[in-house]
Design a protein around this ligand. Structure first.
Ligand code: ATP
Ligand code: MG
Length: 398
């Protein structure tokens, strides 16, 4: 018996003249993912991508799990392929479905005919296949209103497909269809989620991480790179992380400015450096994991003080989410357990006891002018280095 994966488009179906651009990216990304699981053919027709194993040793489960990480498709079904006649379809339902329906009490059948020349209509197909399932699966009954499983029969151009319903996939738009964004990636819970959310809208993500060695350790940096590696799986299997040292800036700030302003000023430096990095890499936006009011530096007033350093939009996809909601996404995408490993961040060294929550720009600038802002920024940018990270592959720093 031959099985195939049917991947259904999300928002791409709404695209007009440029639909082909989105479909081409989507298929290329699925094809790329497939290479880790054997020899597959990836084709598309009628708002569906078909992923077909070409040899018996293909890992269909692995492919299915990876397909669910590619943005642009809303569901993936693992289906049995059969000839386009009702006898073959019913025979397939009898052999293929009993395993999948084991232990289930109720089902219904939904049939779709993309090929209207097929001699039975959808209702007739559903009735025939329903009877076949009743015969083949002991103890199961039909419930059209609230079934435990909805068996699908799809009669398409070349074949018919039978499956016990699709699983939910990632949704969104294919990565690379909506520009490039520079993610300020810390080791926390929020920023990996922010990167995921923007990748979901089709942005290719690049990341910048600020460290503060020797106050922050190699282990802390390693944790961030491991987080980046998880995010890379949603970013067409690659992410470039730019690493910048803030050590000198922090040491100068500690000497020169009032403690209350320390974090805010540090964040202005981060924003300025990230903006230069974004410019160098063709990123049209910055992305942060900020959530309104979560900490002192994330009030609207504090954001108003840091935002002007960016010469491009600053996307904060977590801004309206509660911590609980961010954690839920972090768990779903697999970053949570790594994020909660207890390593220090540059923001947690030299932390003020009473950070400003309602800063005034004039006062902030007065503090900032105690140091030479630009040379410190330039020095940090000059020391920036990049790490290329891919799933399952080792990376080297420096
Ligand atoms: P997160 O969980 O993402 O660390 P947080 O709640 O700890 O967020 P902050 O430390 O105030 O919040 O940081 C807010 C945002 O600033 C982060 O989401 C991230 O985008 C950016 N940021 C903070 N620290 C760093 C860092 N060391 N390197 C790069 N970006 C950072
Ligand atoms: Mg943080």
């Amino acid at each position: 018996m031959k099985e195939i994966l049917l991947c259904k488009y999300g928002e791409i179906v709404l695209k007009g003249a440029n639909k082909n651009f989105f479909e081409t990216k989507l298929c290329a990304q699925l094809k790329h993912k497939s290479k880790a699981h054997g020899e597959f053919e990836v084709t598309r027709a009628q708002s569906t991508v078909y992923i077909e194993p070409l040899t018996d040793d293909c890992d269909i489960d692995g492919m299915m799990a990876d397909a669910c990480k590619v943005f642009g498709i809303v569901s993936v079904a693992r289906a049995a392929v059969c000839e386009k006649n009702i006898d073959s379809i019913c025979a397939m339902a009898r052999t293929y479905l009993p395993d999948k329906l084991a232990g289930k009490k109720t089902f219904k059948v939904e049939a779709k005919r993309a090929d209207k020349r097929f001699p039975l209509d959808s209702m007739e197909i559903a009735a025939e296949v329903g009877a076949a399932v009743l015969e083949a699966v002991p103890g199961i009954r039909v419930d059209v209103h609230n079934p435990e499983v909805t068996v699908r029969v799809e009669v398409r151009e070349t074949n018919a497909f039978v499956h016990p319903g699709p699983v939910k996939a990632a949704g969104g738009m294919p990565v690379g269809t909506n520009g490039r964004g520079m993610l300020l990636l810390s080791g926390g819970i929020d920023s990996p989620v922010a990167g995921y959310m923007m990748a979901k809208r089709g942005m290719t993500i690049e990341a910048i991480h600020f460290e503060s060695a020797p106050y922050t350790s190699q282990m802390a940096l390693d944790k961030v790179l491991r987080l980046a590696q998880i995010v890379s799986e949603y970013n067409n299997d690659e992410i470039i992380v730019h690493v910048v040292s803030l050590t000198h800036i922090q040491e100068e700030l500690v000497k020169a400015v009032e403690e209350d302003y320390f974090t805010l000023l540090l964040r202005r430096y981060m924003m300025a450096i990230a903006d230069i990095a974004a410019d160098k890499c063709g990123c049209c936006a910055l992305i942060t994991g900020e959530s309104l009011g979560q900490v002192a530096s994330q009030t609207a007033e504090a954001m108003a003080v840091t935002n002007p350093l960016a010469n491009r939009p600053v996307f904060r996809p977590c801004v309206g989410l509660d911590k609980e909601e961010i954690v839920e996404v972090a768990r779903k995408i697999g970053t949570f357990e790594t994020s909660i490993e207890p390593y220090e961040d540059c923001c947690t060294v030299f932390t003020p006891r009473h950070p400003r929550t309602r800063p005034e720009l004039a006062k902030v600038l007065e503090q900032e002018n105690r140091l030479d802002f630009k040379p410190l920024v330039d020095e940090a940018v000059a020391g920036m280095y990049r790490v290329v990270i891919r799933p399952g592959k080792p990376w080297t720093t420096r």
